[in-house]
Design a protein around this ligand. Structure first.
Ligand code: TYD
Ligand code: MG
Length: 453
């Protein structure tokens, strides 16, 4: 069956269509379809009939227990937090996508990782389509002597990159970034869905053959999704997300997908003058910096399999706006709306027409239901202008729609982490059955409706 010479791909969702549409039939976005030339059938040596003709010999399926597995040792990047998030280091022949917004530190992290590997005697290659070799050197100078060992190739042509990868056969290779490479086989511009897919597929092909572990760097859009690389999530073995705010020091690295480990682990980093430093005592820092003022509580969170104490702050202030502002940083907005509704309805703390701001301090993002109680208590404390007792107060728990506190995973580990940093009293579903009881325990017995201002 002949394929059309051109196809149109959506740069937002990756949907393909033989016809151009102003609005993507897949995701409904406007003006996102771009023209691509479909590769000639069989151009890459694939089976041209697709289904395997009647002449194809049947392959034999074997029981899983008889499948031979070669357990190749992992490559340790020398960055403990990165290795942990990867599930114990880079797997040879695997493809890892590292996403993050510009300026977050992707180039720094990957350059440091290759530097450590090179210092350990591994063959490495750093391919940059974004910066010149001189710019990369300037960064590497800040990162220390190891980073300067890494061979660099400033190139955007995919074929040249693949040829170099074949010739050098690196054990670990960074492509910075996947959106800047360009395949001459396609007419479209670098960064378009077709290009990104082509680049990743062909790099994966070479990597699998040579056993190279490849780190593909990808940019994310303002909305936080991996642009273009959305289509890559299926293609790669592991998707890492590097998050944080450029102006803040703390950055978190988490796995959204991992074929070789859990997606639970989170690494915390800090951008310093000489590269990214691992933050191993994140809880101690966040507790130490907690303000103890009205509107501040400490959340005993779980970042994957690791407990982390973070400060949650709230401000409730009279508003001129209709509807009033509901702003949160580091948390889910819809969750804030739910917490405010339950606070008003079941715990006697109405914020009415006041503006509400909630912030997880340090630029950390918390995405777990256990944060509900912390948000509620921070808002209640801010609305009443009363500090919690004791201050800082550690807490965790999910809030149900009928005002009850619901248990969340790993209560003992959360409490143990709080105790480790001197917060002996922990407010949790085990100590307070309802949000009303939690508010009373944290803020005293003034169980009356409160309106801000
Ligand atoms: P970079 O790794 O280039 O980010 P990305 O590749 O994700 O776009 O670095 C981001 C920022 O970090 C850059 O603005 C400068 C800063 N930085 C430091 O503060 N210290 C350092 O040692 C380095 C290398 C960078
Ligand atoms: Mg970069």
């Amino acid at each position: 069956m002949a394929r059309p010479a051109t196809i149109f791909s959506c740069s937002a969702c990756g949907a393909q269509s033989p016809k151009w549409h102003g609005r993507c039939p897949g995701c409904g976005e406007w003006n996102t379809l771009v023209e691509e030339r479909a590769p000639a059938p069989g151009a890459r040596g694939g089976r041209s009939d697709g289904l395997g003709g009647p002449g194809a010999a049947a392959a034999r399926a074997i029981p899983l227990r008889d499948v031979r597995v070669e357990r190749t040792p992992r490559l340790h990047t020398g960055i403990g937090e990165l290795d942990r998030v990867l599930g114990g280091g880079l797997v040879p022949g695997s493809l890892v996508l590292l996403g993050g917004s510009p300026g977050i530190g992707k180039s720094t992290l990957t350059n440091m990782a290759l530097g450590h590997l090179a210092a350990a005697g591994r063959r490495t290659l750093y391919v940059s389509g974004e910066e010149s070799a001189a710019q990369i050197r300037l960064r590497a100078e800040r990162l220390g002597a190891h980073a300067l060992e890494v061979p660099v190739l400033a190139e955007t042509d995919l074929d040249a990159v693949l040829a170099t990868m074949r010739a050098e056969a690196p054990e670990a290779c960074v492509i910075d970034s996947v959106q800047t490479l360009h395949s001459a086989a396609l007419d479209s511009a670098p960064g378009t869905v077709g290009q990104v897919r082509e680049v990743a597929t062909r790099i994966a092909d070479v990597a699998k053959r040579s056993g190279t572990a490849v780190l593909l760097v990808g940019h994310v859009t303002k909305e936080g999704s991996l642009a273009g690389p959305r289509v890559l999530e299926h293609l790669v073995d592991c998707v890492l997300q590097f998050e944080g705010e450029r102006e803040r020091t703390y950055r978190t690295l988490r796995a959204l997908k991992n074929r070789f480990g859990s997606t639970n682990d989170v690494g915390v980093f800090e951008m310093a003058a000489n590269g990214l430093a691992e933050v191993l005592d994140a809880s101690a820092r966040f507790v130490g910096e907690a303000t103890k003022a009205p509107g501040s509580v400490v959340l005993a969170a779980m970042e994957g399999s690791r407990p982390l104490l973070v400060e949650v702050q709230a401000l409730v202030s009279p508003s001129e706006l209709v509807p009033p502002r509901r702003v949160c940083t580091g948390l889910d907005r819809n969750r804030l709306a739910l917490v405010l509704a339950v606070l008003g309805r079941h715990a006697g703390v109405g914020v009415g027409a006041a503006d509400v701001f909630v912030n997880v301090v340090g630029g950390v993002r918390i995405e777990e239901p256990g944060a509900d109680v912390a948000v509620a208590l921070a808002v209640a404390s801010a609305a009443r202008g009363v500090a919690t007792n004791p201050a800082p107060l550690a807490c965790f728990g999910e809030i149900g729609l009928t005002g009850e506190l619901r248990s969340v995973a790993h209560p003992e580990r959360r409490s143990a982490e709080a105790e480790k940093f001197g917060l002996r009293q922990v407010l949790s579903p085990a100590t307070a059955p309802t949000l009303r009881a939690a508010v009373r325990a944290a803020l005293g017995d003034r169980d009356r409706p409160v309106r801000a201002a």
